[in-house]
Design a binder for this molecule. Structure first.
Ligand SMILES: [Zn+2]
Length: 255
């Protein structure tokens, strides 16, 4: 069966109010990548975590980045005996620095990015720090409202706009529903219940509609995995594809 393996690739510390309107104080959040292993069709990675040269940097005067040695995506993959050069698919939830910045660590992957996200990023939106990653030469697969990632209906990319116009999430079919990698459409475990709202989405109305859609999915039995909160690890349902401990795919795609 398909497995989803969460990889923490750095942290960001910032005033909590930059993440959610009603929070105060300071919050340190994980920056996530997810390895998806398909039993016969190889690997995909959803988001990249921080780029190694971001360690110790302060972005926009608020986001303090930390990436300890061996926490970058390539090191995390090697630690579980997965060769980063053999990853065939890189999915960008969106083009911000903490999601696409380390794309060069997967040099041979095709980049799956929503068509409108690519257009926005190349137009040099000031927050589009993934733009550098877009110029790394990855072959691009432009996605739309929905995209079948492995071509067998098991993993679907779907458009979840608002945080950015071309934001996309990934849902993986399993018994009783879906596991949903929400990316920045949903930051935290407590974002959906009660509703916690980001202060500066690119389009607030569209963002709120996406949030309502994710909330309905969660209420309907889907397991929504937030983009910046490891708290979900404590409530992974038994039938979920999410696996905190990695086991290699049964038939290595390249071996
Ligand atoms: Zn983010």
């Amino acid at each position: 069966m398909i497995r989803i393996h969460p990889l923490e690739c750095g942290t960001i510390t910032a005033p909590a109010e930059v993440f959610q309107e009603d929070l105060t104080g300071e919050r340190t959040v994980p920056v996530m990548a997810f390895l998806i292993s398909h039993p016969t069709r190889g690997y995909a990675v959803f988001d990249t975590g921080l780029r190694p040269d971001m360690d110790g940097r302060l972005l926009f005067g608020a986001y303090a980045c930390s990436l300890p040695e061996d926490h970058d995506l390539a090191s995390r993959l090697r630690a579980i005996d997965v060769d980063p050069a053999k990853i065939e698919r890189l999915v960008a939830s969106h083009a911000h620095f903490d999601h696409l910045g380390a794309a060069d660590l997967l040099p041979n992957a095709d980049l799956y990015i929503h068509a409108s996200e690519l257009e926005r990023s190349l137009a040099d939106h000031p927050k589009a720090h993934g733009r550098v990653a877009l110029e790394m030469g990855h072959r691009r697969v432009l996605t739309g409202d929905s995209h079948d990632l492995f071509g067998d209906g098991s993993c679907e990319l779907f458009h979840t706009p608002g945080h950015t116009c071309g934001h996309q999430s990934l849902r993986v079919k399993r018994a009783g529903g879906y596991d949903v990698l929400a990316g920045d459409a949903c930051y935290f475990c407590e974002t959906l219940e009660p509703l916690g709202v980001q202060p500066h989405p690119e389009d607030r109305e569209v963002y709120l509609a996406t949030l309502a859609r994710l909330r309905a999915m969660a209420r309907g039995g889907d397991f929504v995995v937030p983009g910046h909160d490891l708290g979900f690890m404590a409530s992974i349902p038994g039938e979920s594809a999410l696996s905190p401990t990695f086991s290699p795919v049964s038939r290595p795609p390249n071996g």
